[in-house]
Every structure is written in structure tokens, then in C-alpha cells.
Design a binder for this molecule. Structure first.
Ligand code: FAD
Ligand code: SF4
Length: 333
């Protein structure tokens, strides 16, 4: 049966085994998928982009809690819905950059379904990836080429691209989590491990089909946020319309300013990179310097200096530069 020609219900009934999570990693194997909110996965199955043989429903797992940690951090279960996380009192109070980023994403209905784990693993919105009529897509079909190179570039990345893929990482939440130095907790057949979010996503290189360090069957169980340090935080998102739209450029800033000088800072960009794009270059321009417009502009320049735009997204370099400057002004005001 061709996936694109049937309803999701039929797909579930006729093509897939729908299992309760007992031995999760064994059940999902190489060709299966966990399903959480389903807002990415079901779309891609209907489009015929994802064709899992088995779906393992993780909704019943006891991972829907946001728990304070003894040292002051926060442990977020992978099944916590985006709406619940955005509106959690501790998140609003101590990690506002995360709340702002979540609330800028998708729509209220989608946020009510989307989960923390699923958001981390959402796939790119590259139209050539999502449309199987385009044969050439190295991410969907390794070695087939890249239709986007000579196609529409407006939503494509300008940082971290390769000759194989220029797809943008679409998540808002992950940009904020990168600025907060989040740590991802993973469990699989080999046991438990943790990975800093900065090490979690892979650059496309020659293998854009490999997007992160998860191994087949591994489950994300939690995301840990370090203790808040009283930093100022902002998430600024620029997009084609005010709601229900992915970022053309966004910036998360987490900064500590003392005596008018920047004592610590994280600058992470969304909408422009092949992964949530932390700019170490911008941060080193800012560290120890006065929090003023001149330094913000130098930092933004540094953040975009390696950008490799295509004709249809050259505007993004200036847009992202302005986004960084504005976010720094807002965060340090
Ligand atoms: C119309 C639309 C607009 C959107 N706009 C935005 C936007 O502006 N900004 C934004 O950031 N996002 C946006 N999104 C994306 C949305 O945030 C994601 O679809 C959502 O976060 C995915 O979460 P989910 O729980 O539904 O994932 P699912 O669809 O259930 O899963 C996604 C992937 O994650 C895997 N997975 C899920 N949970 C786990 C786990 N615990 N461990 C291991 N693997 C797991 C699944 O196997 C699958 O591969 C939009 C989506 C839509 C449909
Ligand atoms: S940019 Fe990446 S995802 Fe898009 S068509 Fe090219 S290879 Fe596929």
C-alpha cells in the first residue's frame, strides 16, 4: 500500500504494529519509530517521507513531569508538552528564554500535542525533503543530490551548510535550550548516557541523513537545565507572519551584565543554521566588554562572518545580523 494514498488511521491499522512500550529499543529497532505528539512524524508518513515498519507509542511513559533538581536545575521529561513547558512557573520565572521560544513556535493546538523529545527531533521543513516528487535529496535519499541548491532558498540555511545539504534546523525550542546549556538524557539497549545539546546535532557534511548522535532505538528520556544564574534572557524571532510560521532568523541571548560590562553570554541563532547555531565568535567579542551598541554590532558581524548565502537567501545574512543586535539590546537593557 502506498502511504500517501491512505488516511493515517488506515496506515496504523494496515501497515504498522502499534505497540505498548515494553522493551522499547528492541521494539523500535532500526526501521521503527517512537511516536510522541505525532506532529512531525505523522505528517512525514502521510507524505511518504518517513516509512517506519513499527510505531512504538511512548505517550504512556512516566516522562511528563518537570521536576526541580536539588542543585537548583530543572529536569524536563521527554513527554512534557510544549504548552506545559512554556507555561510552567519555574520555566517562566527562571528560564524565560525557553518559554518565549516555545510560545513563538507553531500554534497553540500544535504546542498542546508537541513534546520536548519530539521537538528535539523534528525534521527540516526543506520543501524538497518533504516532497518525494523531487528525487534528489541527500537527506531523504543519500547520494541522490540536492534539489534545493538550484531551487528556492528563502528558508534555507546560511551557516553550517555543505555541498550536500543546505537545510535549516527548524526548532525554536532547541535554540533556547542551546543558550541554556541543556543536557539531553538518553536511554537505550546499552544503558543510559547524557549528551550536551551542543554536541547532540551533527553538521550535514557528506551525510545529511545523519542528523544527531542518537543510535537506532535510543530514547530521549529527559532534558536537564543547569541552575539559573540570574542572567537576562531573550528570544527574538523574525518570520514572514506573526504566528504559525518558522523563523527566517531568530536569536536567543542569555547574558549577565555587571557594572555595564558583559560577564557571561550565550548567543544562539535559529533559522539560519543547519543546527541550532551557537556563535562562539560573537560571545568572545562580547565577553568582558561594555554592553553597548558598538560591541553588539561587532558581535553580530562576527556571528555571520562565515555565512554562505545562496541568491534566494542572501537577505538572511543582514536579517540575522540585525536580529542578533536587537536581541542583545533587549537582553541587556
Ligand atoms: C504546521 C506546523 C508548524 C510548526 N511550526 C513550528 C515553529 O514555528 N517552530 C518550531 O520549533 N516547531 C514548529 N513545528 C514543529 C513542531 O514543534 C514539532 O512537530 C513538534 O515539536 C514535534 O513533537 P512531537 O512530540 O509531535 O514529535 P513526533 O512527531 O511524535 O516525533 C518526532 C520525531 O521524534 C522522535 N521521537 C519523539 N519522541 C522521542 C523520544 N522521547 N525519544 C526518541 N525519539 C523520539 C519520533 O520518532 C520522530 O522521529 C511546527 C509543526 C507544524 C506541523
Ligand atoms: S537541502 Fe538537504 S533536505 Fe533539502 S533537498 Fe537538499 S539535501 Fe534534501
Amino acid at each position: 500500500m502506498k502511504l500517501g494514498s491512505v488516511s493515517p488511521d488506515e496506515v496504523m491499522m494496515e501497515n504498522f504494529t502499534y505497540q505498548q512500550p515494553k522493551t522499547l529499543e528492541k521494539a523500535v529497532g532500526n526501521s521503527g519509530r517512537f511516536i510522541a505528539g505525532g506532529t512531525t512524524l505523522v505528517d512525514l508518513m502521510k507524505l511518504g517521507v518517513e516509512t517506519p515498519t513499527v510505531l512504538v507509542d511512548v505517550n504512556a511513559l512516566p516522562l511528563a513531569q518537570v521536576e526541580p533538581l536539588p542543585h537548583g536545575g530543572l529536569m524536563i521529561g521527554a513527554m512534557v508538552r510544549n504548552s506545559d513547558l512554556a507555561n510552567h512557573p519555574r520555566v517562566k520565572e527562571s528560564y524565560p528564554v525557553l518559554s518565549l521560544a516555545l510560545l513563538s513556535g507553531a500554534s497553540p493546538q500544535l504546542r498542546n500535542m508537541a513534546t520536548t523529545g519530539g521537538n528535539l527531533l523534528q525534521r527540516t521543513r526543506c520543501p524538497y525533503f518533504r516532497d518525494t516528487a523531487y528525487a534528489a535529496c541527500n537527506k531523504r535519499n543519500p547520494g541522490s543530490g540536492c534539489s534545493a541548491m538550484e531551487g528556492h532558498h528563502r528558508m534555507m540555511a546560511v551557516l553550517g551548510t555543505s555541498s550536500s545539504c543546505i537545510a535549516t534546523h527548524p526548532s525554536d525550542m532547541c535554540v533556547a535550550m542551546t543558550a541554556l546549556d541543556a543536557v539531553i538524557h538518553i536511554e537505550g539497549a546499552k544503558g543510559k548516557r547524557t549528551v550536551a545539546i551542543g554536541e547532540f546535532y551533527k553538521m550535514p557534511g557528506d551525510t545529511p541523513n545523519i542528523e544527531n548522535v542518537l543510535e537506532a532505538g535510543e530514547l530521549i528520556t529527559h532534558v536537564e537545565l543547569p541552575p539559573p544564574s540570574g542572567n537576562k534572557q531573550i528570544y527574538l524571532k523574525l518570520r514572514d507572519r506573526a504566528s504559525y510560521e518558522f523563523a527566517l532568523a531568530s536569536t536567543a541571548v542569555v547574558a549577565k551584565v555587571e557594572g555595564g560590562h558583559i560577564r557571561s553570554v550565550r548567543v544562539v541563532m535559529g533559522g539560519v543554521g543547519t543546527k541550532p547555531w551557537r556563535s562562539h565568535e560573537a560571545e568572545s567579542v562580547l565577553l568582558g566588554k561594555a554592553a553597548n551598541l558598538g560591541n553588539f554590532e561587532k558581535a553580530a558581524q562576527a556571528a555571520l562572518k562565515d555565512a554562505k548565502p545562496h541568491p534566494g537567501n542572501a537577505f538572511k545574512v543582514e536579517l540575522a545580523r540585525r536580529c542578533v543586535v536587537r536581541a542583545l539590546k533587549m537582553a541587556t537593557a
